[in-house]
Design a binder for this molecule. Structure first.
Ligand code: ADP
Ligand code: MG
Length: 360
């Protein structure tokens, strides 16, 4: 069992001069894979390091299984952490690197050997057990770092951008391997990344952070479909959600170059309209256009084409079209979408709004 709970946790540096993390409330369930996602500097590592006990907690409370951890030293928290830099012992073989933590706890030699070999087999390191780290590839070294954490059988695994030093194809395979390991071990895992693809594909839930605060927590697809703010809408998705100013009219929302049939908001108010690039589709019927504009550029990505459409809004609207698009630069095109897929945000606060006033 390992439920990790952060209650109003905050961290300041320099006697409160810098608030690195503020009022973070997260409960990570037993066996859950929670991803902390956000841009560089938003407080992910600081949050993780407070959980690990590598950083003191300035405010609030951290508990594991209901037990307050604020003052418990790192080594007594039963947590293992894997970093971006592998930090292996260079003079020790893979076998000794894997077994080091257990040996230090005076574990029986035969037990260490068995455990190390078990773990090595489970993550494909058996044939490298007698090598030194310098004779391993980056991916293999990262696997040793991971193995070292698994060998200890901790209550909680913490990962701080563990894949960012790996090349693209290795990142994809290691990602899948971590997901498999999580399923097999059933352990509580907290994983920090700035990579939204890792967050979407690995997390049971994602906690998106911005400027030291939690912006939204939810299942990856729920957060993707219903971002709580324009920040989340524009952080998730590549390309991100199109955001544009719009005005509510009678039964419609006016974008300035077209209209979306929609009732509920009070006519006259200004809102920010959000439309995902994959929810837009071209139409030849100008009367049903939500957006009309001039094609300003085309990006062919192989599987799809991103069509940039200039409107009266500040930024071009991006349409995710098929591999082959009929659109040509300088064409005037009309885009429509299912009103159900439209999202709305408060112009001033950036918070998601719905006609009923429900918080999303
Ligand atoms: P992330 O991991 O999301 O990139 P960090 O948690 O490392 O972000 O940092 C969050 C904020 O705290 C940043 O603004 C960073 O500059 C600041 N910070 C981190 N460590 C220190 C420190 N030791 N002293 C002062 N400020 C720090
Ligand atoms: Mg970091």
């Amino acid at each position: 069992m390992a439920i990790v709970k952060l209650n109003k946790v905050g961290k300041s540096y320099g006697n409160g001069a810098v608030m690195a993390v503020e009022d973070v409330n997260i409960t990570i369930g037993d066996g859950e894979f929670m991803v902390l996602l956000g841009p560089s500097g938003c407080g992910k590592s600081t949050t993780l390091r407070m959980i690990a006990g590598l950083e003191s907690i300035t405010e609030g409370e951290l508990s594991i299984d209901g037990e307050r951890m604020n003052a418990v030293p790192a080594k007594n928290r039963d947590i293992a952490m894997v970093f971006q830099s592998y930090a292996l012992y260079p003079h020790m073989s893979v076998r000794d690197n894997l077994g080091f933590g257990l040996k230090r706890r005076q574990t029986d030699k035969a037990v260490v050997k068995k455990r190390v070999e078990e773990v090595a087999a489970s993550i494909g390191l058996t044939e490298y057990l007698d090598r030194k780290p310098h004779a391993l590839s980056g991916g293999q070294r990262q696997r040793v770092a991971l193995g070292r954490a698994i060998v200890r059988d901790p209550k909680v695994f913490l990962f701080d951008e563990p894949l960012s030093n790996l090349d693209a194809s290795l990142r994809v395979s290691t990602r899948a391997e971590l997901v498999r390991l999580h399923r097999e071990l059933g352990a509580t895992m907290i994983y920090v990344t700035h990579d939204q693809v890792e967050a979407m594909t690995m997390g049971d839930r994602v906690c998106i952070m911005s400027h030291g605060e939690v912006a939204q927590i939810g299942k990856p697809m729920d957060v993707y479909l219903n971002p709580a703010s324009t920040f989340v809408a524009s952080f998730l998705g590549n390309p991100p959600m199109n955001l544009m100013p719009a005005t509510v009219g009678e039964g419609v929302i006016e974008t300035g170059s077209g209209t979306l049939a929609y009732t509920g908001f009070a006519p006259g108010i200004e809102i920010t309209l959000g439309l995902r690039p994959e929810d837009l589709r071209p139409t030849t019927n100008a009367a049903e256009a939500v957006i009309s504009g001039r094609v300003s550029s085309l990006e062919s990505l192989g599987a799809e084409t991103l069509v940039h459409v200039e409107t009266n809004a500040e930024k071009p609207v991006i349409l995710r079209d098929g591999r082959i698009t009929p659109a040509r630069i300088d064409d005037i095109i009309h885009l429509t979408c299912d009103p159900e897929m439209a999202r709305f945000f408060d112009v001033d606060t950036g918070r998601a709004i719905t006609p009923s006033g429900d918080k999303t």
